[in-house]
Design a protein around this ligand. Structure first.
Ligand SMILES: [Zn+2]
Length: 206
């Protein structure tokens, strides 16, 4: 499971987790830190991978940044943090279509105008020589509507497995929001039905 850490010299937190055998550092936005604090997750505590996936989806957790390498060394003693019993697999994190890395990913669109291909690529792989990119966008700024619109405007012919995985991540959050809403509505209805004539509309704290 991912673990929250605090920088020694700054009042800022970051997250370490293992993905596909590599330690990955996620920086957090102020909003991301706020969400974890609201969930009562403090420094040195582990939390479910689903929360990190959600922060990643919203751009509140992001990879890259200059401090990443030294942080991984700093915390080398804490590599026991992932593994086991997390229902959301580490493979739910989108990865570079070329090398499988998860750091600093961009959506690239390249190819002939009538046959464009969308891929996810890390910093190193998107700079390899080859067909120049038509578009190159950090995935942290992409939401589901923006992505759909982009594929319409660009008439992208094919999407790599990394892009499909990223779309799946955006979509899975969308569905879980609806699910939460349905559950809340279901509960509200149940409590109305449960309230017998004698109880009026008195709402139970459950
Ligand atoms: Zn790569």
């Amino acid at each position: 499971m991912p673990r929250l850490h605090k920088y020694r010299d700054r009042n800022v937190c970051y997250v370490l987790t293992a993905i596909r055998g590599a330690v990955v550092t996620f920086q957090l936005t102020a909003e991301g830190e706020k969400k974890l604090a609201a969930a009562r997750i403090g420094p040195n505590e582990q939390f479910p991978r689903a929360l990190l996936l959600d922060l990643y989806r919203t751009g509140d957790a992001f990879t890259g940044g200059s401090a990443a390498a030294s942080l991984a060394l700093d915390s080398a003693g804490q590599l026991e943090m992932d593994f086991a019993n997390d229902p959301d697999p580490e493979t739910a994190f989108p990865a570079c279509d070329v090398c499988g890395g998860v750091n600093d990913l961009y959506l690239t669109i390249r190819g002939k105008p009538e046959d464009l291909v969308a891929q996810l690529q890390c910093a190193a792989c998107r700079n390899l020589p080859g067909t120049p990119s038509d578009s190159c966008i950090p995935i942290g700024v992409l939401s589901r509507p923006v992505l759909s619109r982009l594929f319409q405007v660009k008439t992208v012919g094919s999407r790599s497995s990394g892009v499909k995985q990223f779309e799946e991540l955006l979509r899975s959050e969308f569905e879980s929001k609806w699910e939460a809403l349905r559950e809340r509505r279901g509960n509200a209805q149940t409590s109305l039905f449960d309230a017998g004539p004698g109880n009026g509309l008195k709402l139970s704290p459950s």
